[in-house]
Design a protein around this ligand. Sequence first.
Ligand code: SF4
Length: 230
Amino acid sequence: MEAAGLCSYGASKQRIRRIAAILEEMYGVPPARREDPLDALVETVLSQNTSDVNSGRAFRSLKERFPSWEAVRAAGVHEVADAIRSGGLADVKAARIQRILERLHRERGSTSLDFLERLGTRGAQDYLVSLEGVGPKTAACTLLFGCGLPVFPVDTHVLRVARRLGLISGRCGAEAAHEAMASMVPPELVYPLHVNMIAHGRRRCRPQRPRCDGCLLALECVLGKENALE
Ligand code: SF4
C-alpha cells in the first residue's frame, strides 16, 4: 500500500473548476458515455499494459466471438486468449477475465456486475479491488463508465498532467493520486475533467517535449511557467 503522506496536494475547488473550464475550451465537452459495468471492467482489464487501439480491437473481437459473458466464462481459456490476441498478454488476461467471471458466477449466481450500484460507491470500490488483477484505476473506470458514479480514474496521462499542474506532488504515485483527486474534484466535474485530462496528455502534454507554446493552461502549470522563463 502506498503511503498517502508522500502525496501532498491541495488545489481548491475553484482552481479545479478553472482548469476544467480551460480544458473544455481546448477539447470541448466530452460526449456522454455509459456502458454495461461488466463490459467496462473487461475493457479496462484488456487495456492494461497496451495501447487503446490494441485493447479496443481485442475487446471487439471478444464480443464478436462470444455471445455473452457467460459463454466467455464457460469457454476454454485458449479460445478466450485467441480472441484477445491483438491486445497483448493474451494468456494472462484471458485467465484473469475468466477467474473474475467464475467468481461472479460462484458468488452471485450470474456473470453480471449489475449488483454494484446497490453497494454504494465505497462498497462497489471495495468489491472491485477484491477481484484478481483489479486495482484502483480499473475499479474507477468500471464505476465511472459502467455505473455512472463520480469516481476519478488516474491513468498515466492523468498522473503526468496532474503533477505538472501541481495538483499533486511529483512524489505522488497512482494509488495515492486516486485519493487526492477524489478529495479535490467536485462530482459533476469527475467525468469531463478525467476525459479532457487524458485528451490533453495525449495531444499536447505528452511525456516527452510537451507542447507548452500556446497551451491555455500555461499560467496554471508549474512546468509551463518554468518553460516560459527559459
Ligand atoms: S504548459 Fe506544458 S506542461 Fe503545462 S499543461 Fe500545458 S502542455 Fe502540459
